[in-house]
Design a protein around this ligand. Structure first.
Ligand SMILES: Cc1cc2nc3c(=O)[nH]c(=O)nc-3n(C[C@H](O)[C@H](O)[C@H](O)COP(=O)(O)OP(=O)(O)OC[C@H]3O[C@@H](n4cnc5c(N)ncnc54)[C@H](O)[C@@H]3O)c2cc1C
Length: 308
């Protein structure tokens, strides 16, 4: 048996995130094969997994755990069966590229996620989606590694997809199988454009952020101020609550609540991750005070002491 190449590890590396603030990783690993992911988990069973960093805020102190970067060539490919509409893709595949490819081949479904920056693995862990659908609708199986280094396949019925959750976050997702539907190419292209335009019109996509910072809460008690929308059991928009609490433009240090979409927190030049975390806490406090509603974070925060 030959000697396997050891996983490349960079010490003291920056963690690229869409927020563009925060600290780095003491050790950032760049595996190219499942065997090298196993090696990462031997080095640190509590290792953290990095996708595209589009839903991630790293604290200013950075993280001590090994960070596994899955955006390496060995984890980016896919195979598409045009006849059946089955897609087998690796976890580090760029979601936007995969959507383009599927639209080009006349395979529909994923265009509902146009404009969501993500790796496929990150999108599945978060069950990313929005007004037009969620990725979980198309997943038939997830191929992953558990913390003991065992490769597992989780079939769709065993995956607990819900609103921005999958129950898979303890695993390292290595690949995803999807089932898409044949559709007319021109219709798909049109739908793809419409979803992109909807996002462009409603969200500040060019600013640094992690998209929506908070999940849309389900009300546990009546909120009179919201009229019919305020009945218990209703899911309401977190952005609407933040806006109606008068928090657009609220600032802590260099972090500000976007004027364009109140659920986007944007770090301006010179902002720190601490500013963003303090602003999150302030928004949570004021929304709780005003409406009695507790906002849950959609953004994953990596703290030095663990968490996330
Ligand atoms: C401008 C903008 C717009 C956005 N719009 C939307 C939207 O419309 N809908 C939506 O749902 N989200 C949206 N988001 C958030 C983000 O795009 C999604 O949450 C996306 O799924 C994050 O994927 P990622 O690869 O960047 O994951 P990361 O941010 O890198 O990681 C997120 C979490 O997933 C874990 N993770 C990542 N990859 C793996 C893996 N292979 N195995 C195990 N765990 C993993 C990480 O450890 C972390 O806990 C937006 C973000 C931005 C910046």
């Amino acid at each position: 048996m030959g000697v396997l190449p050891r996983v490349a590890v960079t010490e003291g590396a920056r963690i690229p995130t869409w927020f563009g603030v925060g600290g780095g990783a003491d050790r950032l690993a760049h595996p190219e094969t499942p065997e090298q992911v196993r090696e990462c988990l031997e080095l640190d069973p509590g290792a953290k997994v990095l996708g595209d960093g589009a839903n991630l805020l790293v604290c200013d102190e950075g993280v001590a755990e090994l960070v596994i970067d899955l955006k390496n060539p060995g984890f980016r490919g896919w195979e598409i069966d045009d006849a059946t509409g089955e897609v087998r893709a690796k976890a580090g595949a760029d979601l936007a590229r995969l959507i383009n490819e599927c639209v080009r081949r006349g395979l529909g479904g994923l265009e509902a996620l146009a404009g969501v920056p993500a790796t496929l693995g990150g999108a599945v862990v978060m069950n990313a989606g929005g007004a037009f659908g969620e990725i979980g609708q198309f997943v038939t199986a997830v191929h992953a590694m558990d913390r003991a280094g065992r490769q597992v396949t989780v079939g769709r019925p065993a995956i607990d997809f819900g609103y921005r959750r999958s129950g898979l976050s303890g695993l390292v997702i290595l690949g995803v199988d999807l089932q898409l539907k044949h559709d007319d190419r021109a219709t798909l292209r049109q739908r793809h454009l419409e979803v992109m335009e909807y996002k462009r019109d409603s969200q500040p996509l060019k600013a640094n952020s992690a998209g929506c910072c908070f999940k849309n809460p389900t009300l546990t008690q009546e909120v009179k101020e919201l009229g019919e929308r305020g009945a218990p059991g209703q899911r309401v928009s977190a952005g609407m609550l933040i806006d109606r609490a008068g928090l657009k433009g609220l600032r802590v240090g260099g972090a500000v609540v976007s004027e364009r979409h109140a659920n986007f927190l944007v770090p301006e030049a010179g902002a720190t991750a601490t500013d963003v975390i303090s602003l999150m806490r302030e928004v949570e406090r004021r929304v709780r005070e005003r409406f009695g509603v507790t906002l849950e974070r959609e953004v994953v925060v990596w703290e030095r002491s663990g968490g996330g």
